[in-house]
Ligand binder design. Sequence first.
Ligand code: SAH
Length: 264
Amino acid sequence: MTQGPWPMAKKSLGQNFLCQPKICSRIVQLLGSKQSEQILEIGPGHGALTKHLVSLAPRALVLVEKDATLARECQKTYGSMCQCVLADALQFAWERLDETWVVLGNLPYNIASPLLFDLTSRQPHIAQGVFMVQKEVAQRICASPGSKAYGALGIWVQSFVAPTLAFVVPPSCFWPKPKVDSAVISYIPRVNPWPASLQKPLWKLLQLCFQKRRKQMGGILRAAKLPNWEAGLASVGLDLNVRPEEISVPSWHALTLYFASSLS
Ligand code: SAH
């Protein structure tokens, strides 16, 4: 527990409350033309973003908060304008939302990666996602091949949605102050998201290859005893000595298709 403008902040729930209204309105502005859609906010806390969302008068507004005290507070303040649900966002049935929903939140750092892993793959069709995450996680999600941040998480998320890093937010904008920079990402659906039936082999291949990101693909696939691994690489136009971090998202998809039957 830490003392500050509010009685307490629970570290275990990743509570770092935004205390810069300017940043809050910049985040909400990223919704652009989607402002009138149905909006679901994850972790409203004391309502720093909720306040702005309410003033947009969206078709519907749902708040999902895991902290019972904060959920009660939200219900009291915003209950007449939205539906406040006491729940764990990691357990949420994302399939229930369709393309008329926007999901937004200043995410607790301990759940950002698993939540985005899940939300983007289970419901790639939502109209837009806007999230504050740790800067390092934002860079990993938006990374291009060849960069240090490029890896399994970014390839996975980019298989379903098209993310961009909108802006960086310093620790001074929060209470209590986090130790690291944060960043806001925004994404929209990809035209052709990676199909659900091939998600398992894609993730297996990424896990296999990025455990050894500095090794060469030829060595990795040979050690994994994938059948016809040389032909598989050649069919995608890749050399045996290419490293996982150099392979583009479409090439990962082509490799997954080639090896799918050995990976499922
Ligand atoms: N949106 C607020 C609060 C951000 S702090 C602001 O910007 O100031 C993160 C919030 O997420 C906290 O309110 C915390 O209680 C909530 N939270 C933590 N884990 C959660 C989970 N698994 N599901 C839903 N909410 C969660």
